[in-house]
Design a protein. Structure first.
Length: 102
C-alpha cells in the first residue's frame, strides 16, 4: 500500500491541502495497520514521512527511512543507494514470507 500523508493537492502546489486535515486520517490508518498487523515493512521516505514512525510499533515491524526520492533529495545523495527494496525483501524472506517483485 502506498500512502501519502496528504491525499490531495492543487496541481503544482505541494502541501496545498494541508489545511484539510488529511494527516489525522492517514495517521490513524498507519496506527491501525501497525496495531492490527505484524511483520510489515514501512518505507518512510523524507522528513515528513519519518515523523509517522511514532505511529508504528517498531517491535512488530521493520521501519526503513531515507531521503525522499524527489529529484532534489535523490541528487543530494539522500535516496540513491538506500537499498530499501532489497532490505525489505531480505526482511520478508527472513521471516518466511515471499519477497516483493518490485
Amino acid at each position: 500500500m502506498l500512502l501519502n500523508a496528504t491525499l490531495t493537492v492543487r496541481k503544482d502546489t505541494p502541501n496545498s491541502h494541508k489545511h484539510l486535515k488529511w494527516q489525522k486520517f492517514t495517521d490513524s490508518v498507519i496506527e491501525l495497520v501497525s496495531k492490527e498487523k505484524k511483520q510489515l515493512v514501512f518505507l518512510l521516505w523524507g522528513a515528513f514521512a519519518q515523523k509517522k514512525a511514532k505511529f508504528i510499533d517498531e517491535t512488530k515491524h521493520l521501519i526503513l527511512t531515507s531521503g525522499h526520492p524527489s529529484p532534489m533529495s535523490a541528487n543530494q545523495g539522500k535516496w540513491f543507494g538506500n537499498k530499501h527494496f532489497s532490505k525489505a525483501n531480505a526482511y520478508l524472506e527472513s521471516i518466511g514470507k515471499q519477497g516483493i517483485y518490485w
